[in-house]
Every structure is written in C-alpha cells, then in structure tokens.
Write a protein that binds this ligand. Structure first.
Ligand SMILES: [Ca+2]
Ligand SMILES: [Ca+2]
Length: 277
C-alpha cells in the first residue's frame, strides 16, 4: 500500500514511540490504517495523489430533522443510527482536477472542466460519481465508494445536533449559498470556508453531494447502520447539503432531496474509503 500520512500528531507519536515497538513487527508488514482525525492521500498507479482523506470514528448519532420546527416530512422520522466501523472520507468534494485525471471530465457529455482545477467537479451524474470511485479503487488498490446517506449525515453533523454543522443559525460566511453572506456567486474553489468538527470542508453549501442511496420519501424503515438504502425509487438518488444556488433551508444537515437528472448542474460528490480491518 502506497500512502502518504500527513497528520502531524501521528508523526509525533511515531517519533516518540520506543524503537522496540517497531522491532516487534515484521519488516514486510504494512502499517496499520490511520486513526480518527488523521489525514492521508493514497497514491494513484497512474501518478499523483488521490483525494485528501480524513479518518472519522465509529459512533452513534441521531439522523433526521432534530429541531421541532422547519422540518420536512422527508427528514422524518428521526432515528438512531450506528456507524460500526471508522472509515475515511474526502475532506473536499472531488475537484475538476481530480475528476479530469479519471479521464471523463473533458470527454463526458455535459461536463465543463476546463476551468480552475480546485473548483468542484459539478454536473457529474450519480453513475459517473460511482464510476470515479471505482476507478479510484483500481488506481489505489483500496476500496473507494460513494457515502451512504447515513454516513453522509453522520460525517457532516460530526457530533452536532443543530440545524447547521456549526450551530443554530446560517450566520455569515460559513459556507457558499445565496444567503450565506459569502463572496461567491457560483461555485467556490473547495476549502474556502472553515471545516466542520471532523475536518470536512463545504460539508453543506457549494455543491450538492450525491450519496449511494435510492430515493425514499421518508426515513421510515431506513437502516439503522451505515448501509445505503437500495430499495425505493432507484430512478432517483439522494443528494444532500445544498449548493451555491440554495438557501437556509437546503443547507441544513438534515435536508435531502431526490434528483433524477443524470447531469445535475450543482451536483458534486465526495468519496469514502474503507479502512483495513
Ligand atoms: Ca454564495
Ligand atoms: Ca457540499
């Protein structure tokens, strides 16, 4: 496994550890996967780094609209979901530069990726977002995929129970949307706003984010674990988080909507990577 670990705290632990701790391991053994909070990028076989990933912990959270007011029936009922294994998630949505490495950015109908490389790869269909993750798996020998809807809300909330990842109010310049008090009229390059508690940037706002799940009108009978919901209306898929074209309602962590269009103007995505057991 080729991987660049860049977390300063992790390096400090490595440097401080007694030599005996390393001698106990056979030289050929691969390093253990990183721990929650650490960041890394896998190296692509074709050259260059994969997306920057951050490890998130296992845990239990309440999914859905947690506030008494302003809820859509799409966001109910609230249920407790347990994410049993830590996993890694990209800190940013996949950028044009990253998507162009996949090779479909310029060729794919509907894509417009001649612009700045750090801008989100938008207009990407759900199927091509999945294809990118499959390509990334082949390029790295690791298991990349879209997030399930439950995983998405888990990592975006990052322990928060408020309407927005940062609190009760939309506030000013926390994200990119039409009502966010930011400087961007369209999409912003990734990472222009403060990350959430687990290090994800643009968790809400900037681009909608595809997840694996088929559309269902409510959370009734939704899984209580990290799995994606693969029954329901599978001509539509769930998209989350709101975009530069959206406002206070859509930017809430609980907000969800179905999208059928194969190419959705403000549709972007982030990837998950499974860790080794
Ligand atoms: Ca804006
Ligand atoms: Ca987003």
């Amino acid at each position: 496994m080729k991987r660049t670990v860049v977390h300063a705290a992790f390096l400090a632990v490595l440097l401080a550890a007694p030599a005996a701790a390393f001698e106990a391991q056979p030289a050929s053994q691969e390093p253990a996967d990183p721990q929650p909070g650490e960041t890394f990028s896998d190296t692509l076989t074709s050259g260059g780094p994969g997306p920057e990933m951050v490890v998130v912990p296992a845990g239990t959270f309440r999914m859905g609209c947690l506030s008494a007011e302003g809820c859509s029936e799409y966001e109910l009922p609230v249920r407790e979901v347990t994410i049993e294994q830590p996993f890694a998630v990209s800190k940013y949505v996949v950028t044009r530069l990253e998507f162009n490495r996949f090779g479909r950015g310029r060729a794919g109908e509907g894509y417009k990726f001649e612009g700045e490389g750090a801008s989100p790869a938008s207009w990407v269909s759900w199927a091509d977002a999945r294809a990118y993750a499959e390509w990334l798996s082949r390029e790295t020998g690791e298991k990349y995929r879209l997030l399930s809807e439950a995983e998405w809300e888990y990592v975006v909330r990052a322990g928060s129970t408020t309407p927005y990842p940062w609190g009760d109010e939309l506030g000013t310049n926390r994200a990119n949307c039409w009502a966010c008090g930011d400087e961007y009229k369209f999409s912003a390059p990734v990472g222009q706003f403060a990350p959430n508690a687990w290090g994800l940037h643009d968790a809400v706002g900037n681009g909608w984010e595809w997840v694996e799940d088929c559309w269902n009108d409510t959370h009734e009978r939704a899984p209580f674990d990290a799995s994606a919901r693969l029954e329901g209306d599978c001509s539509d898929h769930v998209i989350r988080g709101g975009s530069w074209r959206d406002g206070p309602r859509e930017l809430r962590s609980a907000f969800r909507r179905p999208v059928e269009n194969p190419y959705f103007k403000s549709g972007t995505f982030r990837v998950a990577r499974e860790l080794r057991p």
